[in-house]
Every structure is written in C-alpha cells, then in structure tokens.
Design a protein around this ligand. Sequence first.
Ligand SMILES: [Zn+2]
Length: 196
Amino acid sequence: MKKIILMAFIALFCFSNSVNAKVISNEKIDNAKVETASKIIADLQKDMQNFTKKGSGPFVAAIYDDKGNLIVKVANSVVNEQCSNNHAEMNAIKAAEKKLGTFDLAPYNLKLYVTAEPCMMCLGGIMWSGIKEVYYSVPSKSVEEITGFDEGFKPHWFKEFKKRGIIVYGNIETELGEQELHNYVNNGKKIYKPSR
Ligand SMILES: [Zn+2]
C-alpha cells in the first residue's frame, strides 16, 4: 500500500512539474510563485465558460494583494460592452483602481494573473498602473495561431518590465488555457479586431 501511495505521489509530482515545465520569467524562477499562480490561473480558466455565456471572454484576469486576497476578477468585455480596449487586464486594472480609490496601485504590491499573455495595449496599461507582478498562461504566439487575434508587437518586454521592477512569469498551465481558446473558436464566437 505504502509503495502505491509513493508511486502515486511521484507520478503526481512529475505530472505537475511537466505541466509547468515551459514556465519562463524575468527573474530566477521561484517554484512557490509558480505553484500559487498555477492554482489561480486554473481557477480563472474554469470560470471562463461562465463569463463567455454572458458574452464576455475569452480572457479572464484577476488581481490579488501580497497576502493572497482577491481584489478583483473580471473578463474581457470588448464585444458585450462595445469597447475595443476592454481587455481582461485593462478591466481588472480599472476595477482595482476604482475599488481602492487610486490611480497608483504600486503601494498595494499587487499581482495580476491572466489566462493569456498581455497584448501590446495591456503591457502599457500594466506598466502605468503600478502592478508589481504579472503571471500569464497562453503565450501570444499560441493565442494568434488558435484564434486569429492580433496581439501587437512587443519587443523585449520581459527585459523592459524588469528595468521597471515588474516581475513576469509566463506559460503557466498553458494546456488548459489553449483548450478554452479552442472551445471559444469552435463555438463560433466573435474574433473581434478592426477591419483593415
Ligand atoms: Zn490586451
């Protein structure tokens, strides 16, 4: 019996490690941060369908404080609110600033978790909000391949964020996130972008 439990434990350990084997960061990878981010991002991905049923999505973001308290959790609402800059990250920043009554989130040491790599616009939004740490799931390249969204051009953004004291972790729980994007496309949902 003990042997079976031990084998199950090893299998679980290997599996959970392999899920996040592709994690990248602009600091030395801290496994505790990856573990916390995995749980939060997996929850955001589970919430995705609730948001898409209401016309939001297919991206969900949450902001937590440094004690692990949830400040806000929101989805992209470009289509249902008819606003091209209502990406999940922008909505999360706006909601957190409103809730805390400030335009500067820096003193609160907040962390942003999101189901896909922030686009060009959201990188600017994050930079000017005072968010201290960013954790994302599906990389932009995969988002573009699966959905056809345009994520913009973002040269050296890991390095640029590091210069400004913003920690970034990417490619967390990507399989779950990619599956949700496939579901969005397969259900015939709108790929919103400007006509060119
Ligand atoms: Zn964005």
